[in-house]
Design a protein around this ligand. Structure first.
Ligand SMILES: Cc1cc2nc3c(=O)[nH]c(=O)nc-3n(C[C@H](O)[C@H](O)[C@H](O)COP(=O)(O)OP(=O)(O)OC[C@H]3O[C@@H](n4cnc5c(N)ncnc54)[C@H](O)[C@@H]3O)c2cc1C
Length: 285
């Protein structure tokens, strides 16, 4: 199907893009287009105007010295191929390598993935587990939104209609940190039927000092497995504590069922993948 007719605009600054969004509530930002364009072709989205971020300088790049800062228009392929990122945040490069296919990796952007808040996206869970934040600019100025506040619901974030994600930041991991992302891929698209990102830090006593576990694919938005995180706190990360955390991972989650996978099957996958992610995180410390 063809999309409805739309205007196309290519501003050269973030402020100009925010102004275009503020002037037309039916305008939409265009980043990699790999979620928006398919939705337009299916007429699930019919924006009056596309505001292309591709002409704005300064939105692409990775700085991994200290706090890790990544431009919103940085593609999965750039994440996948970054050697400095693979050293500090190996979960990010691994996951980027497993998004969709090479065409999706070449066009899809980190900012677009977070702004879209697709319930089956990979990087929503990774962002949440790594306790990231986004810098956003709108017509009222700039602000920072933390990981726990960004995702509101299915395809809904805390962004105002005229706000643009300009960069994504992650704290540099403390020593003694291990991280892993495990997903059960949809065989056709690669989207997460269920995905689990785990980031665990042990203190000098060898006990878990902090654990963040985030689930995607199962609930309507990326969600932390809070009960599992609490179970791990202060414990040794071993087979026994991992099994207990995995068994509790789906507790309190409102899990979707659809024609890809039933609610019961997704609940099962949440436990299995939490166990695998924690086991790999422990091995990577
Ligand atoms: C065949 C196929 C397979 C895929 N497989 C996977 C997969 O395995 N895992 C996965 O996670 N995803 C997958 N995707 C989705 C892909 O990752 C998308 O590219 C991504 O989710 C959105 O990024 P984008 O840059 O393409 O955003 P766009 O499609 O351009 O935009 C998406 C939405 O975000 C808004 N937006 C974009 N950038 C910004 C910004 N900087 N600030 C504010 N709002 C913004 C847009 O207005 C739009 O509403 C797949 C897509 C396809 C077509």
């Amino acid at each position: 199907m063809f999309p409805n007719q739309f205007e196309y605009q290519r501003p050269d600054s973030v402020q100009a893009a925010a102004g275009l969004l503020a002037a037309d509530p039916d305008a939409k930002l265009l980043a990699g287009g790999h979620s928006l364009i398919p939705a337009m072709k299916l007429r699930l989205a019919s924006p009056s105007s596309l505001v292309d971020l591709g002409g704005i300088e300064g939105l692409v790049g990775i700085d991994a010295a200290g706090t890790i800062a990544i431009g919103a228009m940085t593609t999965y392929a750039m994440l996948r191929d970054s050697r400095e990122l693979s050293r500090v945040l190996p979960m990010v490069t691994d996951a980027a390598d497993n998004v969709g296919d090479p065409a999706v990796q070449a066009r899809g952007t980190l900012g677009g993935a977070l702004a879209h808040s697709d319930p089956a996206a990979d990087f929503t869970a990774i962002f949440l587990a790594l306790n990231g934040s986004v810098d956003v600019t709108g017509t009222n100025g700039t602000r920072t939104i933390g990981a726990d506040d960004l995702f509101v619901d299915l395809f809904t974030t805390a962004l105002q209609p005229d706000e643009i994600i300009t960069s994504v930041s992650f704290p540099a991991p403390d020593s003694g940190t291990g991280m892993a992302y495990e997903k059960f891929r949809h065989p056709a698209s690669g989207y997460a039927v269920v995905g689990v990102a785990a980031v665990v830090t042990t203190g000098s006593d060898g006990n878990v000092a902090s654990a963040r576990i985030a689930i995607t694919g199962a609930p309507s938005k990326a969600t932390r497995a809070s009960e599992s995180e609490q179970l791990l706190q202060g414990k040794k990360l071993n087979d026994e504590s991992i099994a207990a955390a995995a068994a509790a991972a789906a507790n309190g989650l409102d899990i979707n069922g659809d024609h890809f996978a039933s609610e019961e099957y997704r609940r099962h996958l949440v436990g299995v993948l939490t166990g695998r992610a924690l086991t790999r995180a422990a091995a990577g410390m």
